[in-house]
Design a protein around this ligand. Structure first.
Ligand SMILES: Cc1cc2nc3c(=O)[nH]c(=O)nc-3n(C[C@H](O)[C@H](O)[C@H](O)COP(=O)(O)OP(=O)(O)OC[C@H]3O[C@@H](n4cnc5c(N)ncnc54)[C@H](O)[C@@H]3O)c2cc1C
Length: 426
């Protein structure tokens, strides 16, 4: 087997961005993907913010298989019977508001771009170990087969076993990851547009907190595709274990909520998937580079989760581009040692990747507060219920009604503490 300049493990957004950027500069690049095709094993909620895509592939949305562009964002608090929503719509919403995307189609398109630039994409191959030369990583192994390379870039996602094997990081703890489960539910296009108030290729991204996770840290989501809906929940893995609930049961609860039922009614489930998301940001950052190896995307824990935002794909692609630029420089210098590859961390620090993770470094701790998922949805929905009903008794002012709803549920002191923490974290 010839020696490649670089081997990329994983053909997700991080791996494809890395491979494309290196191959375009004439490097010999091999991408190993364990799925039958890129995207076969991959899932996400579906809202993709594309500034990095735009840098790599200008006007990508005109060509890439995007489902809809997001013109409506909602955040809703759910109790068992009620919901209270913040609903943002704009007919001026542009590409910066994101696109809704299905991974099976999108990852194949990205991989094709890397292939057209000159990378070799080899599927149904799971890298399970490394080759070493004088202590430095010098390629990967797939079973008994060896694939030598000057440098290996890990882009193998949240479950990366190779990251620990290379000594780049420990396995993620149960508090550091959320489990996501999702169904794709088919519905006619006109029904979707009618139910969500959309026109043409407009899309809606709906996020939920509260009873959808039975008050556990996490939330629900619902995104509109062309002719299907992506419906799912994400929940902290530690809480799932401690409370002995199954994420799949939470998804059933969520689908049966009166608000969600209206949206998905008469739909047919055509896909079910589950995946982990690393969500504690800077707390779990790895050693980014060692002799002959770099780590990118979810494998490196580069996901921004603030409760309002869950963004991983953009971070995965930006880290992939930074890794590729580092390798291109290292090849020119003929130096793949840790010292040369450390340039990568510098690039991550100079971009939004580590800047935003640092800006929101307190968010993961704040999001462990169970009042966000229990007390506040209950309190605000019950206040709304009182404000909007007329049972014949003399009504009080809105502020008094809200204070009345707080009685026995939360003290002013706790409320102020949570407000302060929210200000500091989000
Ligand atoms: C439920 C859920 C909802 C999400 N919602 C959003 C969202 O709305 N917006 C957003 O931006 N992000 C979202 N994310 C996060 C986003 O999916 C990830 O951050 C992003 O996919 C990371 O890209 P990646 O390339 O690093 O890893 P992945 O997308 O996980 O790709 C890793 C690839 O490596 C392959 N692989 C793994 N191990 C090996 C191996 N040993 N050998 C060969 N190949 C291997 C896998 O098959 C896969 O193709 C969500 C995630 C989940 C789970």
């Amino acid at each position: 087997m010839d020696k490649f300049d670089a081997i990329v493990v994983g053909a997700g957004p991080a791996g494809c961005a890395t491979a494309y950027t290196m191959a375009r500069e004439g490097l010999q690049v091999l991408v190993l993907e364990r799925g039958k095709y890129p995207g076969a094993k991959n899932m996400w909620g579906g809202a993709f913010f594309g500034p990095v895509m735009e840098e790599i592939f200008p006007d990508f949305w005109k060509e890439a298989p995007v489902e809809r562009s997001v013109s409506r964002h909602t955040i809703s608090m759910l109790t068992e019977h009620e919901s209270l929503s913040f609903d943002f719509r704009s007919d001026r919403a542009d590409k910066n508001h994101g696109f809704i995307i299905l991974r099976a189609k999108f990852d194949q398109w990205l991989a094709k771009k890397a292939e057209q630039a000159g990378a070799i994409i080899a599927t149904s191959l799971e890298a399970d170990d490394f080759l070493y030369e004088g202590g430095a990583v010098a390629g990967v192994k797939v079973g008994s087969e060896s694939f030598p390379a000057s440098v290996v870039i890990l882009a193998d996602g949240a479950n990366s076993l190779l990251a620990a094997k290379a000594g780049l990081r420990k396995e993620f703890g149960l508090h550091d990851v959320k489990q996501g489960v999702k169904e794709v539910i088919q519905l006619p296009r006109e029904v979707i547009e009618d139910r969500f108030g959309l026109q043409d290729d407009e899309g809606a991204a709906l996020e939920f907190i509260g009873s959808c996770t039975r008050g556990l840290p996490g939330g629900g989501f619902l995104y509109t595709n062309h002719d299907s809906l992506s419906v799912g929940v994400v929940v902290q893995l530690a809480a799932v274990g401690e409370q002995k609930v199954k994420a799949s049961d939470l998804l059933e609860d969520f689908k049966n909520h009166p608000l969600i039922q209206r949206y998905i009614s008469k739909g047919k489930t055509v896909e079910y998937s589950a995946h982990l998301i690393p969500v504690t940001g800077v707390k779990i950052l790895p050693t980014f580079a060692k002799d002959g190896i770099l780590i990118t995307g979810d494998a490196a824990g580069l996901v921004l989760g603030t409760g309002l935002i869950l963004e991983g794909a953009n971070f995965a692609m930006a880290s992939g581009v930074a890794a590729a630029q580092t390798v291109i420089k290292a090849k020119k210098a003929g130096d793949f040692t840790t010292k040369a590859l450390d340039h990568y961390e510098g690039l991550l620090k100079s971009r939004f990747v580590l800047k935003e993770l640092n800006a929101f470094k307190r968010a993961p701790e704040f999001l462990e507060n169970e009042r966000i998922y229990n007390t506040y949805p209950e309190l605000l929905c019950s206040a709304a219920m009182k404000m909007f009903e007329n049972d014949g008794t003399v009504r009080e002012g809105s502020f008094k009604t809200l204070m009345g709803s707080m009685k026995g549920k939360i003290s002013i002191w706790q409320l102020m503490k949570d407000a302060w923490m929210a200000k500091e974290s989000l």
